[in-house]
Write a protein that binds this ligand. Structure first.
Ligand SMILES: Cc1cc2nc3c(=O)[nH]c(=O)nc-3n(C[C@H](O)[C@H](O)[C@H](O)COP(=O)(O)OP(=O)(O)OC[C@H]3O[C@@H](n4cnc5c(N)ncnc54)[C@H](O)[C@@H]3O)c2cc1C
Ligand code: FES
Ligand code: FES
Length: 1285
């Protein structure tokens, strides 16, 4: 077909990948670029955990002609999960494989990450590399601020971002210094560059979908007319599919290459953005002229908070407006900004008819079918106009607004008058942004410094902005309406007239360049390479994207499985009808409990849980069955066609409150706790005791490992099955699969090369996935791959358990606590997780770092219709730390004592026995506390916080210091190692642990090098390779969890290597006399000739410790300072310091990385991460990156200092070391308590007293603003102004 009157359209795609021309003749228009690169070109460096544009792991760089000469290229990092394959026609695509490799040499971006230890599990790493590489292509010598700004689109759950920021900051050039021409990037190109074009038209058909790329509006309308009978859809950046997953219609028209819609220009009247201009184009043009960027400064800052760099590089302004029109529930920033800026849209109704519309008129159109936004005109602002915008979101970037607003005020500053019609627009109120016309009319011509005028305007505003409750909490959003208006009015005042106490509430926020220090001992040369800060063994291949995870290996002849999960949470299955799914081309089978009736055991994960539901649906998201198909896309689609009917549908029990009202509890004596020590009754009745009561809750948390739960099962002859699982628990996977298939364990081999993040989720929950996959593989006698998508993972698998705690405390006047009574309820979900502790481990942690003589603890376990909760980094420890630390703050505030003093007076000392019966023979609690108090300047900064609070009305600060105690439990945990020394001197190690980013492999290699090197031979780290963990080598071993696997595996390796040393000592004496050295290679040759056995097996099976139930106790402390905007509830973490007693660290680079990562994960738990369920079905609503918000790089403390306690020793640990994975997590509780202090300062300002009350977690903006208890919406400007006097 000829789309235009010229050439016929092209039917094949031509583009370049990593410099090589790629021609695709049968392209599938539904395919994403990411899938094509991974599946067809086998470029597996990029990962696709979310497919929503929300994590950045799939980032690649696309380069396209910037000008018509086709020479100048524009380079943009984009999300390859959202980018369609067809849309890269004519472009150059660069993936992580294209910029560097371990063999050919790493690119400087990759090198920087390796040098700064910027990767842990490595799953996110290629995405970071490509985002930074994209920046360097466009801006070869970026300033530090540009680097920080660029990194708003990548999620890392492991590192805490600090090392990544340090790595990339090292490539920035501070004010031009240190930047050399040698740093200029080699721009991607391709030999066949000239053959790549985007100005011709495309027509690609496959799978019932035809993709047209048109180059003119004439062609577009021709396609629309000739396809009038079809479902036609326009596409530009396709990023809306990250928010609203799309099934492509039968005709898709790509309008991104229509020449007139790509233009962006600026003249004396305003900015013209073509209908295909991206949000980045808008950002660039706003930045291009100083007058524009200063008058639209607020708008520009706001645009930087829309989505991410990668999304803004593709997503268009016009597309955003269309999305707003088309989707209820979408809160657009773009629409609010353009509405208030009085932008004009030029729309095409046909190829010949154009019409100009205001944004308001656009939203009034009865339909937008066949309408194209051709241009957006943004008028420049006269000097007298102030344009102010506001947005509160859960997270600083990549987070949709909870409520947003924009104000356009034309002011006469000298007279204090609003001199022409203002524009006031709010978004997030309902479907479309709302203009406050009555308030605008009222304000016109009036004085903005007159409190009475402002009061009346606010009153009018609050009447006309009526909240749709389905968009979020009404009272919070109503208070934001007033808060934004208040801020906007105050911002109009001349700076010198704004009272100093109010200045901070209107100060413009600008992103700071973050920084941080890390410090640790130099290490002990007698132990080298142990104690050296070495990079992880796979750091280079992580950075180059060469490292492979479960989903990166191909086994041939594979099938793909997708779960069918329940859509209600409390019901019974009436029927399951897979007929429509089975009828789909490419579907192989459907497996459910019924299929397994005669073939396997459906409930061998544990006694409580079925692999597939037979009848009872216990939670929404429970596995009902598995569709198996020839491709993942077919399996995913067919899974939506399985018809599951339910009966006996009841309202789900979701929260602890629901469970209490329904009296829904587990009654299990092994997991509940009734524990007394001393006599609380006596403590409470002591005449000197001051009694304090309160309650506090902590919420759920999703692990957010970037690699979702997954397994590939490969059957072979004789009933053997190989299971490649992303598990922390290979032995348990082996036994469960064996039991499920009723097959001896020797026929099941489980292998784990590495895991892309786990944090406890893959200890028990991976069993379910591996079993389901194994059933399918065994049944079909073909390899089956089961990789959960993010939403299924979040719905099917539980996270951290929420808790509610009611406490009563007795304390003396000096702050000494004499008794604690706590009644605790935890929400465990629908059933127990395998071996997951609840009450029983409480005494290990609930006492924090404090010696309190009398205790009375009771726990109950709520049974709810949510997935079973499971281990998550520091389970029970983190939650109970929050309880005891909140209670201690309560004591301090009630008694008017300094919070650090209350902690000090109660702190454990050497020789004390902790609540779990552990004698603390080596107690560093006080040492760590004193050290961090000193290094963080806690006392001085506390005073500064008080001063700040007394001189600022709406911004309050808080600073908090929290000590933690954590115990190492390793009694009875077996770990094994197999060490082979090969004739060439190279050494291979198999161990029983799972490397998931915690640096286990490098630590065991360091220990092997040290141990073998004790023969005075030159064993180097390069001689050692650590191999896949597999049950054929190490079975019946403990899981990798509880932070201890690194030490135990290192101990097992040490054991094996020591045996080798014993065997080799005689050979060495034969070779050289005395302590003289010889080369390792010579020694091994001699040993081979002498017939020495060069294979050794190491084993640890730790006995019970002598001084209590745990092997040793670890101490840490954190100090966090925050600033809270009381009007909006937003928290800014100004500074955090964390100190950990890590004994004699085996590898301080690894351990400090654990400290950084754990703290930031904790920050998410305490500040931004929250679960929401649909109350009628029990469906998890926060099941993806759009709603669930772990911290991004923009959310970390502006200053983040981490340290390992110097000169520390741990006689009870392996080589005097201590673990590092979990204890620092608890120190993040200091952020919650700091927010709580800031709130106390605010409340005491208007209510008197100390203003303190317990703050539950998470302290999201909404929860903080509501906890501030300030009824902003009913307070007048007169009062507000007078409060200042
Ligand atoms: C991770 C993520 C975070 C985000 N965060 C934010 C945020 O914080 N704030 C916010 O406001 N938005 C946010 N967005 C939305 C984002 O701005 C939009 O996805 C983007 O602007 C849409 O543009 P597009 O070109 O990709 O549209 P497409 O996905 O290509 O199209 C969207 C719709 O618009 C239509 N369309 C596109 N262009 C035109 C045109 N010129 N004329 C007529 N119809 C057209 C299409 O037919 C389609 O129906 C986010 C998106 C993602 C993926
Ligand atoms: S997979 Fe593309 S952004 Fe997450
Ligand atoms: S290293 Fe970033 S997610 Fe694991």
């Amino acid at each position: 077909m000829a789309l235009d009157d010229g050439l016929p359209s092209r039917k094949e795609l031509r583009f370049a990948v990593n410099g090589k021309l790629v021609v695709v003749r049968d392209a599938d228009p539904r395919a994403s670029l990411g899938d094509f690169l991974r599946d067809n070109l086998l470029l597996r460096g990029l990962k696709m955990p979310c497919r929503q544009g929300g994590c950045g792991a799939c980032t690649v760089v696309i380069s396209s002609p910037r000008s018509s000469d086709g020479v100048l290229l524009r380079h943009r990092p984009v999300n390859s999960c959202l980018r369609t394959l067809c849309s890269v026609d004519g472009m150059l695509v660069t993936t992580v494989e294209g910029i560097g490799s371990c063999k050919g040499g790493l690119h400087r971006v990759q090198q920087a990450l390796v040098k700064h230890n910027g990767s842990q599990c490595g799953f996110c790493t290629p995405g970071w590399v490509m985002n930074m590489y994209g920046l360097l292509l466009e801006t070869p010598n970026p300033l530090p601020q540009q680097v920080e700004d660029q990194l708003d689109g990548n999620l890392c759950r492991c590192t805490g971002y600090r090392p990544i920021l340090d790595a990339f900051q090292s490539l920035a050039c501070s004010s031009g210094d240190g930047c050399s021409a040698g740093d200029i990037e080699e721009v991607p190109t391709c030999k066949n560059l000239a053959s790549l074009r985007q100005d011709d038209e495309l027509e690609i058909s496959k799978g019932g979908v035809t993709w047209f790329r048109v180059s003119s509006l004439t062609s577009l309308y021709k396609v629309l007319r000739s396809n009038a009978v079809h479902d036609v859809q326009l596409v530009c950046g396709n990023t809306s599919s990250g928010v609203y997953p799309r099934q492509f219609k039968s005709v898709v028209v790509d309008i991104s290459c229509i020449d007139e819609m790509r233009r962006v220009s600026i003249d004396s009247r305003g900015i013209r953005l073509g209908g295909a201009a991206s949000l980045s184009d808008m950002e660039a043009v706003l930045n291009s002229k100083k007058e524009v960027s200063s008058s639209y400064r607020s708008l520009l800052q706001h645009v930087k908070r829309i989505a991410t760099h990668q999304v803004r590089n593709m997503g268009t302004v016009a597309g955003n407006l269309m999305m707003t029109y088309q989707n209820l529930g979408f809160v657009s920033d773009v629409a609010v900004l353009l509405f208030a800026a009085e932008a004009i849209l030029t729309i095409a109704l046909s190829d010949a008819v154009r019409k100009d519309l205001t944004i308001e008129d656009f939203f009034k159109l009865p339909s937008v079918d066949e309408i194209v936004i051709v241009e957006i005109f943004l008028p420049l602002l006269p000097e007298s106009v102030r344009f102010l915008t506001y947005k509160v979101a859960l997270r600083r970037v990549n987070s949709h607004a909870l409520l947003n607003a924009a104000f356009r005020f034309d002011v006469n500053s000298s007279k204090g008058l609003i001199q022409s019609a203002p524009v006031i627009v709010y978004g997030g109120v309902g479907h479309f942004p709302v203009r406050a016309k009555n308030a605008e009319a009222f304000l016109w011509g009036k004085s903005f410094t007159d409190p009475q005028v402002c009061d009346s305007a606010l009153e009018i505003l609050q009447k006309e902005i009526v909240m749709d409750p389905s968009y979020g909490n009404t009272s919070y959003r109503t208070s934001l309406v007033a808060a934004y208006f208040y801020k906007a009015i105050l911002s109009l005042w001349p700076k010198d007239r704004v009272p100093s106490t109010l200045q901070s509430s209107i100060s413009e926020f600008s992103w700071p360049i973050t920084s941080g220090t890390k410090s640790f001992d130099k290490g002990d040369p007698s132990q080298y390479p142990v104690s050296k800060p070495l990079p992880k063994l796979s750091a280079m291949s992580q950075a180059s994207g060469e490292l492979k995870y479960v989903n990166d290996f191909n086994f041939g002849n594979e099938l793909y499985a997708t779960y069918v999960i329940s859509t209600v949470g409390n019901a019974k299955i009436k029927s399951i009808d897979p007929a429509r799914a089975l009828a789909e081309n490419g579907v192989v089978t459907f497996i459910s409990a019924a299929t397994l009736a005669g073939a396997g055991y459906n409930n061998k994960v544990n006694e409580f849980e079925e692999v597939f539901a037979t009848s009872d649906i216990l939670y929404c998201g429970q596995a009902v069955g598995l569709v198996v198909a020839k491709s993942k896309r077919v399996a995913d689609y067919a899974a939506t066609l399985v018809d599951v009917q339910y009966m006996d549908i009841k309202k789900p029990i979701i929260t602890i409150e629901d469970a209490v009202s329904a009296n829904s509890f587990f009654h299990n004596k092994d997991r509940e706790l009734e524990f007394q020590q001393g006599s609380v009754t006596e403590a409470f009745s002591d005449s000197e005791a001051i009694l304090i009561e309160g309650q506090v809750s902590v919420g759920n948390q999703y692990h957010f490992h970037l690699e979702t739960q997954q397994a590939v099962c490969v059957p072979s002859e004789d009933g053997f099955i190989e299971v490649y699982s992303s598990t922390q628990n290979p032995s348990k996977v082996q036994s469960c699969v064996s039991a499920g298939l009723n097959r001896p364990q020797h026929k099941i081999t489980v292998s784990v090369k590495r895991i892309g993040g786990a944090y406890g989720a893959k200890i028990n929950r991976s069993l379910l996935i591996a079993m389901a996959c194994a059933f399918a593989a065994d049944l079909l006698k073909r390899p089956v791959r089961l990789v959960l998508d993010l939403s299924t993972n979040m719905q099917l698998v539980g996270g951290r358990s929420p808790y509610f705690c009611k406490y009563k405390i007795s304390a003396r006047k000096n702050g000494q606590i004499t008794g604690v009574k706590m009644d605790i309820i935890n929400n465990h979900g629908a059933h127990f997780d395998f071996e997951y502790p609840t009450g029983s481990t409480l005494p290990n942690f609930i006492d924090g770092a404090y010696k309190i003589p009398n205790w009375d603890l009771k726990t109950k376990i709520a049974r709810t219709n949510t997935p079973a909760c499971t281990y998550m980094r520091g389970p029970v420890f983190v939650e109970t730390t929050t309880m005891i630390e909140t209670a201690l703050d309560h004591v301090a505030f009630t008694l008017g004592l300094a919070r650090d003093q209350v902690r000090e007076i109660n702190m454990y000392e050497k020789g004390d026995v902790s609540l779990n019966g552990q004698r603390l023979n080596y107690c560093n609690a006080k040492l760590v506390f004193d050290a961090i108090k000193e290094s963080s300047n806690y006392l001085i900064r506390s005073k500064q916080v008080d001063e700040y609070n007394s001189s600022n009305l709406w911004r309050k600060r808080g600073i908090s210091i929290v000590p933690v105690k954590f115990i190492a439990e390793w009694h009875g945990l077996q770990h094994l190692a197999l060490i082979n020394v090969h004739p060439d001197g190279s050494i291979s190690i198999h161990h029983s642990g799972c490397e998931m980013g915690q640096g286990l492999d490098v630590k065991v290699a360091q220990v092997a090098a040290m141990t073998l090197g004790s023969l005075q031979v030159d064993v180097s780290m390069e001689d050692i390779a650590v191999h896949t963990t597999t049950t054929t080598v190490a079975n019946n071993v403990a899981e990798s969890g509880g932070s201890v696997a690194s030490e135990l595996c290192a101990k097992a390796v040490h054991d094996g290597c020591t045996q080798l040393v014993d065997r080799l000592r005689g050979v060495k004496t034969m070779l050289v006399s005395g302590s003289k050295s010889c080369s390792w290679k010579d020694l091994i040759s001699a040993a081979v000739s002498s017939g020495v056995d060069l294979q050794a097996r190491g084993r640890v099976y730790p006995a019970a410790a002598e001084d209590g139930p745990s092997q040793y106790t670890s101490f840490g402390a954190g100090v966090t300072e925050v600033e809270v905007d009381i009007l909006t509830g937003e928290t800014f973490v100004i500074r955090a310091d964390v100190l950990l007693d890590c004994g004699k660290s085996l590898n301080p680079a690894v351990d400090i990385g654990q400290v950084q990562g754990a703290f930031i994960q904790g920050l998410g738990y305490f500040l931004t991460e929250e679960f929401h369920y649909d109350p009628s079905t029990g469906k998890l609503l926060t099941d993806g990156t759009w709603e669930y918000k772990p911290p991004f790089a923009r959310d970390i403390p502006y200053e983040f200092n981490t340290a390992l306690l110097p000169n520390s020793e741990n006689p009870s640990g392996f080589l005097r070391s201590k673990f590092s994975g979990e204890p620092p997590y608890g120190t993040a509780c200091s952020a919650l308590l700091a927010v709580s202090q800031a709130l106390a300062a605010a409340r005491s300002q208007w209510n008197g007293g100390n203003g303190w009350s317990p703050l539950s977690s998470p302290a999201t903006p909404q929860n903080v603003a509501l906890a501030a208890e300030f009824p902003l919406s009913s307070v007048s400007f007169r009062e507000l102004f007078s409060m200042n006097k």
